[in-house]
Design a protein around this ligand. Structure first.
Ligand code: NAP
Length: 305
């Protein structure tokens, strides 16, 4: 099968190449999926899991990409709940070969059915950004109606999902980002926008939940904005500063079939809009990962025309 592989951690994106790889076999509880569309997160090549297995052994050449939408072609021993020919989408294991390939072997529990009226490219754009926003807001952040949320990077992949899901439950959303992102962040559900390059973040006052996907100085300053009893949720590692009278939680997104189904249902009925910045092909993907101009939103790879 055709795949994109990486072999050289130091080379970053420059070390990506297209290669022929053996078609994967379905292990116990796996399915094999013919990938129709795949998602790639720009920071993946800095994650240890791209390069090693769980015992820290080198697993290169490895195939990056962890989001997919496609069709089940084979079931492993003991696999239940999905069937051959079914449309699915989901989040592939960090430590196994990923989805920038024509086929991927993946545990069935990491997938949910993809309804027939949702395009594969849309399905592949939802797992990481949608699940991360859902888990950060509702599982780790325990967000309630009437609370306020500071949604960093609200025009980006995760932030746009955070803004929409928070608004849907009746939270007041303050989005942040670059000056050029203001309109997009407001369209995704923010009531106010802070241009991090030009506005004073401290003018926000207090919030119940900070959703941090930037970290560094912005993360530290954001911790001070968390009200008593509130939560700083970070997806960029442990918070460097904790709220004085609140919680700090950092987490890595996990696949969850029920949450994937909640997310895709919202896309179908118009409560949630995906945020795709660019759709490319497997042949053009490597060039698309090094854009010459700034792209806001996810890059999705249409693996099967
Ligand atoms: N822990 C987890 O499970 C998890 C899951 C998903 C993502 N992540 C991480 O979360 C981060 C965001 O992911 P994403 O997919 O949402 O990325 P994205 O689509 O690039 O969105 C990030 C947004 O934040 C903006 N931004 C970043 N730094 C900024 C700054 N200093 N000032 C103003 N705006 C800034 C970006 O603008 P510019 O592009 O102009 O900088 C962009 O609009 C990444 O580091 C990713 O690895 C973690």
């Amino acid at each position: 099968m055709r795949a994109i592989v990486v072999t050289d951690q130091a080379a970053g994106n420059a070390g990506m190449r297209q290669a022929g790889r053996p078609q994967p076999q379905a292990a116990i509880n796996d399915v094999v999926v013919q990938v129709h569309a795949s998602g790639f997160v720009g920071t993946e090549l800095s994650w240890p899991s791209t390069w090693t297995d769980r015992l820290d052994r080198d697993r290169t050449p490895s195939i990056p990409g962890h989001e997919l939408a496609g069709v089940v072609t084979a079931l492993g021993y003991g696999t239940t709940g999905l069937s051959v020919g079914q449309r699915v989408f989901g989040l592939a294991d960090w430590y196994r070969d990923g989805t920038l390939a024509e086929y991927v072997a993946i545990e069935a529990r990491n997938l949910a059915p993809l309804p027939g009226d949702v395009e594969f490219t849309v399905g592949a754009s939802l797992p990481i950004s949608g699940l991360t926003a859902w888990q950060g807001l509702f599982v780790h952040g325990r967000l309630q109606a009437g609370q306020s949320v500071l949604a960093h990077g609200a025009a980006g992949a995760v932030g746009s999902m955070v803004a929409q899901l928070a608004r849907e439950v009746g939270a007041y959303v303050i989005g942040t980002g670059r000056a050029a992102d203001r309109q997009k962040a407001l369209e995704f559900g923010a009531k106010e926008f802070v241009d991090l390059d030009n506005d004073a973040l401290e003018d926000v006052g207090g919030v119940d939940l900070v959703f941090d996907l930037i970290g560094g100085d912005i993360g530290k300053r954001s911790a001070r904005l968390v009200r008593s009893g509130g939560t700083l949720v970070s997806i960029v590692g442990p918070a460097e500063a904790r709220p004085a009278k609140g919680l700090a939680v950092d987490f890595v997104v996990e696949s969850d079939r029920a949450q994937l189904s909640e997310i895709v249902q919202r896309v179908r009925d118009g409560r949630l809009r995906t945020n795709i910045g660019n759709i490319t092909t497997l042949d053009d993907a490597i060039a698309a990962f090094k854009p010459t101009k700034r792209i806001s939103g996810k890059t999705i790879i249409r693996v099967r025309p």
